[in-house]
Design a protein around this ligand. Structure first.
Ligand code: DLL
Length: 443
């Protein structure tokens, strides 16, 4: 197979740095003008610092602009950040968080076309062609993962099987009977599928499955090895986030030495999460992304909260696009459990609703032996709450577990603990203890 067949868009993915930077500058200028004219948040921000989008004549000037945070997006709920009228929006998604005001994101017809192309790139980069049968085991819904990958798969002419999530035995039957060659889901769910496959007594060597393309949650080399060994496949990492687009932002090629970032659509910076200072290539810091082609939902210097580093050296695959290292963790307090982004502060109101008081609490996230995420919630017992009547206590714990499952989408283990073990109040105790390993895939 020649190189041309493994690169979806050679004219873009293999540009020289000079050409790429020229394209980035033109697109950045257009984007800054668009947001200044159409998004009041950016008009105010630019006016405040006396920035005129007409003045920008080199990429370095981007660094004078303030960051955009998730808080800014939440404050713009639902549509204030949109840069086009709703009648031009053809698709709406939301971040998988369940915060009261999640980020609602929109796409114009052009945005959707670009999205399909960027997903087609990352699929092609790991060898997917029209001969493949690709099973998408992401939740079809507001989450960008399923629909984002789905249309990219169709774009390259492969057969997409929109299996969605849940009912893992059925998932396994589809894998076997439909002769799936490529599995697309979170790494955690792939391991769950492997577990069920074994329980059903199916030998993975008898399947047509060749590769897995996983993303949407943090994982590490250990998980990659585990799933490769259990399913007899090659596994690739891909990264994205709804605020910026969804999947398609970055993905590994066959070399698996970092994830190629679609720099012709997004400008990446790595900053010190505390000071906001730009860090040199190779240093690990917070990834900051600016969209330069998005029409409906452009973001300028968006702080992703994800820790990684940038590598602009040439990749043996021939692509010139910079690579980010596999995500090493997050630098804010969002925690991703089973692919669901949880803001720890969301748990407080649920506890209040069910118990009538506001106990101190702490989230403890871990992985079991089969690499399945577990969410534990440690709640401080007090006189007012969880008095000594065992029966009442049990009923309350059950109600809490159900309420949290219904609200957050993840069923927690509830532990009642001495207040002292998590600090006397929730202000002083860390809200999240993440015990999962934080290795980086591809690092
Ligand atoms: O998870 C988009 C996506 C879906 C990407 C499917 C890839 C595959 P959100 O729900 O907005 O969107 O969550 C985005 O998930 O900021 C990261 O913290 C985390 N994340 C996504 N991909 C990876 C990855 C989608 N490959 C948030 N490795 C991001 C580590 C990831 N973390």
């Amino acid at each position: 197979m020649g190189i041309a067949m493994t690169i979806w868009d050679q004219s873009r993915e293999c540009m020289s740095r000079d050409q790429l930077e020229q394209l980035q500058l033109e697109r950045l200028q257009a984007t800054l003008n668009r947001v200044y004219r159409n998004v009041s948040f950016y008009k105010k921000t630019f006016d405040r610092i006396g920035f005129d989008p007409e003045d920008i004549d080199d990429l370095g000037a981007l660094s004078v602009l303030p960051f955009t945070s998730r808080k800014d997006l939440a404050a713009a709920y639902p549509y204030e950040m949109f840069a086009v009228p709703l009648r031009e929006v053809v698709r709406i998604h939301a971040s998988s968080g369940t915060l009261e005001n999640p980020s609602i994101v929109g796409y114009t017809a052009n945005d959707v076309r670009h999205w399909q192309d960027l997903v087609a790139r990352l699929l092609t980069a790991v060898g997917v062609t029209r001969d493949d049968v690709v099973q998408v085991a992401f939740n079809y819904g507001l989450f960008t993962g399923a629909f984002g990958l789905h249309y990219g798969i169709e774009r390259i002419g492969a057969s997409v099987v929109p299996a969605s999530v849940g009912n893992t035995r059925r998932q396994v039957s589809i894998l076997k009977d439909y002769r799936t060659t490529t599995l697309v889901c979170t790494p955690g769910y792939a391991l769950r599928i492997a577990q069920v496959l074994e329980r059903m007594g199916i030998d993975p060597k008898t399947l047509a499955l060749k590769r897995g393309i996983f993303g949407g949650e943090p994982w590490d080399e250990q998980m990659r090895t585990a799933v490769e060994q259990q399913l007899y496949i090659r596994v690739y990492d891909n990264y994205g986030l709804s605020e910026v687009m969804g999947p398609g932002v970055a993905g590994e090629c066959l070399n698996r030495q970092g994830l190629h970032l679609a720099e012709d659509h997004f400008i990446a910076e790595i900053v010190d999460p505390v000071t906001g200072q730009i860090l040199p290539d190779g240093s690990t810091g917070e990834l900051v992304l600016t969209t330069i082609t998005k029409e409906a939902f452009p973001v300028i210097r968006f702080r992703t909260g994800d820790l990684t580093s940038l590598d602009r050296t040439a990749c043996p695959c021939g692509r010139t696009l910079a690579r980010i290292a596999g995500i090493a963790g997050r630098c804010d307090d969002i925690v991703i459990v089973k692919g669901v982004n949880i803001h720890p502060v969301e748990v407080g109101p649920i506890l209040r609703e069910v118990t009538g008081t506001e106990p101190a609490y702490q989230l403890v996230v871990d992985r079991d032996d089969a690499y399945q995420d577990r969410l534990g919630i440690r709640i401080a017992v007090s006189e007012a709450l969880f008095f000594d009547k065992m029966e009442k206590q049990r009923v309350m714990v059950d109600r809490l577990r159900k309420k949290i499952r219904d609200t957050l989408g993840v069923t927690p283990d509830i532990y009642l603990v001495e207040a002292a073990s998590i600090g006397t109040d929730s202000e002083t105790a860390p809200r999240v203890v993440d015990k999962r390993t934080r290795g980086k895939p591809g690092a």
